[in-house]
Design a protein around this ligand. Structure first.
Ligand code: BGP
Length: 485
C-alpha cells in the first residue's frame, strides 16, 4: 500500500527539455556542445565513439552559434511551453515535479558576480505555475550542464575553485527560491563522473594523462560541494530536505561461484555504494583504499574536508533505475547496452529497443538494499522506458509497452513498501518527451506526453497525451493500486 502523501510525479532536466539556449541571457553549457550525429545509425549513436566528447568536437560546437546539429539547444522547447506542460502535469494529478535549473541561465559564465535577472524570473514563473496547481517542486541544482566558460577557465571540476562557484550558485537558488522549492538535490547521478566524465565532471578524457586520478579528484570536489550545500541549506532553507542521487547499477552474480559473488560485491561497491556511503554516512569507505591503490589514485584532501563530509550528510537517498546487469569474472560474457555503460547480459531478462534490460524485481531488490543500508527515506528520481512511439493521425499514441513497464515497476514499489522500505516518491523520467542524454536524439522517448519534434528539431513541438498519460493519471488517482487499473 502506498502512503496517503506519496509523491507521484515526473522528472525532466533543463538541458534536455528546456531549449531556448540563446534566449533570456543564458550562456552556453556543456550539453549544448554535444552533437546529434544526425547521419549516424541508431547503433552508431550508442557507440562510445559518438557519445564521448573530444577537443575537436568541443571546438567545432563552439564555432556554431546557431542551433545547428545540437539538439540540446532546442530540447522540447519547454522554455516557451512551460505553462502548457505544467497544466498537463496538473491534469494528470502529479504531486511533484522534479526539474533542474540551468546553471548557465542563472550565471551565464558560471563565475559572474551577479545572477542573470531574466534567468531568475524564468524559474520563478515555473515555480509559481506549479504552486498554482498545488504541485510540489523538487529541484536538481546540477544535472550535467555546466557553463562552458568554467570548462575553459578552470578545467571543470578539476579545479577546487569550482566548489566556491557552485556554492555561489547554490546560495542564489536558496535566496531566491527558498520558499518555492520543497526538495533539493545538489547533483544528478553523482557517480556519472566515473562512467561519463564529460557529463559528470566536465573533463575531456583524451586530454587527461591519468583519467582515474582526475575523475576521483573531481568527484572529491563534488562531494565537498555537496557537503557545503547541505550546510548552507541548513541555515538558509531550514526544514527543506536535501538529498543525494546516483545512477543505480543493480548487479546479479552470473553464477554461485565465489569469484562471481566477489565480483558482484565489488561492482556494487565501486559503482554504487562508494558515492552514497560518502554522502549518507559521511566518510570514504574502507573498501576504496584498495581500489585506489590498484588504480594508483591518490585523492587530495584539504584540511577540514573529512570533518565537512562527516558533519553535513543528506536527508534522503535518490536514485535512477532503468535496468540490471550481471557481474562475472568471465571477461567474454555477452554484452548489451545500459545507461551510459556497457552491461553484461542476463538471459532471464528482456531488453528495451536500446538494449537496456528491464527488471522490475531488481527495483524491489534495490529499494530494499538501499533502505536496509541507510535507514533514510528513499526516492526514485528516475525510471522509465525509452522507446520509439508513433503519433497517429488523430493525435493518439498507443504505447501499451510503456504502460506495462510502468505498471510492473510500480507493482515492485508497492511490494518494497510492504517489505518496510520508506519509499517517499516516484518521478518517472522524461515524463514529457525530451532529448535523450546518452544518444542525443528525440526518437528515444520516455514521456507519457508526446512532443511533436524529430531528431533534427523539425516539427510543431505540440504536445499530445499518450495512452500512458491516461493510465498514469488513473494510477495516481488510485494511489498506485495497479490491480484496479
Ligand atoms: C540518466 C540521466 C537522464 C536521462 C536518463 C535516460 O542517466 O540522468 O538525464 O536522460 O538517464 O537516459 P537516456 O536519455 O540516455 O536514455
Amino acid at each position: 500500500m502506498f502512503p496517503e502523501n506519496f509523491l507521484w510525479g515526473g522528472a525532466t532536466a533543463a538541458s534536455q527539455v528546456e531549449g531556448g539556449f540563446d534566449q533570456g541571457g543564458r550562456g552556453l553549457d556543456t550539453q549544448d556542445m554535444r552533437p546529434g550525429n544526425f547521419q549516424c545509425t541508431r547503433q552508431q549513436k550508442n557507440d562510445w565513439k559518438y557519445k564521448k566528447m573530444t577537443r575537436e568536437k568541443f571546438e567545432k560546437a563552439r564555432r556554431c552559434q546557431e542551433k545547428g546539429e545540437y539538439p540540446f539547444r532546442w530540447g522540447s522547447e519547454q522554455y516557451t511551453h512551460y505553462q502548457e506542460d505544467i497544466a498537463l502535469f496538473a491534469e494528470m494529478g502529479m504531486k511533484v515535479y522534479r526539474m533542474s535549473v540551468s546553471w548557465s541561465r542563472i550565471y551565464p559564465n558560471g563565475d559572474d558576480e551577479r545572477p542573470n535577472p531574466e534567468g531568475l524570473a524564468h524559474y520563478k514563473n515555473i515555480f509559481q505555475e506549479c504552486h498554482k496547481y498545488g504541485i510540489k517542486v523538487f529541484v536538481t541544482m546540477l544535472h550535467y550542464a555546466v557553463p562552458v566558460h568554467l570548462i575553459d577557465a578552470y578545467g571543470g571540476w578539476k579545479s577546487r575553485k569550482m566548489i566556491d562557484l557552485y556554492l555561489r550558485y547554490a546560495r542564489t537558488l536558496f535566496e531566491q527560491f527558498g520558499d518555492d522549492v520543497d526538495y533539493w538535490l545538489p547533483f544528478n547521478e553523482i557517480n556519472a563522473g566515473r562512467f561519463h566524465p564529460y557529463n559528470g565532471v566536465g573533463i575531456i578524457e583524451e586530454e587527461e594523462e591519468h583519467v582515474d586520478q582526475t575523475v576521483f579528484q573531481c568527484l572529491h570536489h563534488q562531494f565537498i560541494a555537496n557537503a557545503l550545500t547541505v550546510k548552507l541549506a541548513r541555515s538558509m532553507v531550514p526544514g527543506k530536505p536535501v538529498g543525494c542521487m546516483i545512477a543505480r547499477f543493480c548487479h546479479y552474480p552470473a553464477t554461485c561461484s565465489p569469484e562471481d559473488n566477489l565480483t558482484q560485491l565489488q561492482d556494487e561497491q565501486y559503482t554504487n555504494w562508494f558515492y552514497t556511503d560518502v554522502m549518507v554516512r559521511g566518510k570514504y569507505p574502507a573498501y576504496m583504499d584498495r581500489y585506489f591503490r590498484g588504480k594508483q589514485v591518490s585523492v587530495r584532501f584539504e584540511e577540514g574536508d573529512r570533518e565537512l563530509l562527516a558533519a553535513w550528510t543528506v536527508d534522503f537517498v535518490a536514485f535512477s533505475y532503468y535496468f540490471t546487469q550481471v557481474s562475472t569474472a568471465d571477461a567474454n560474457w555477452e554484452k548489451t547496452d545500459g545507461n551510459l555503460v556497457i552491461a553484461n547480459k542476463n538471459p532471464y531478462l528482456k531488453s528495451s529497443e536500446w538494449g537496456w534490460q528491464m527488471d522490475p524485481t531488481g527495483l524491489r531488490i534495490t529499494l530494499n538494499q538501499i533502505y536496509d543500508r541507510y535507514q533514510k527515506p528513499v526516492f526514485i528520481a528516475e525510471n522509465g522506458l525509452g522507446a520509439v512511439d508513433r503519433l497517429e493521425a488523430d493525435g493518439s499514441v498507443h504505447d501499451g509497452y510503456r504502460i506495462d513497464y510502468l505498471k510492473s515497476h510500480i507493482q515492485a514499489m508497492g511490494d518494497a513498501l510492504e517489505d518496510g522500505v520508506d519509499l517517499i516518491g516516484y518521478t518517472p523520467w522524461g515524463i514529457i518527451d525530451l532529448v535523450s542524454c546518452g544518444s542525443v536524439e528525440m526518437s528515444k522517448r520516455y514521456g507519457v506526453i508526446y512532443v511533436d519534434a524529430d531528431d533534427e528539431g523539425h516539427g510543431t513541438f505540440q504536445r499530445y497525451r499518450k495512452d500512458s498519460f491516461y493510465w498514469y493519471q488513473e494510477c495516481i488517482r488510485q494511489n498506485g493500486n495497479v490491480k484496479l487499473i
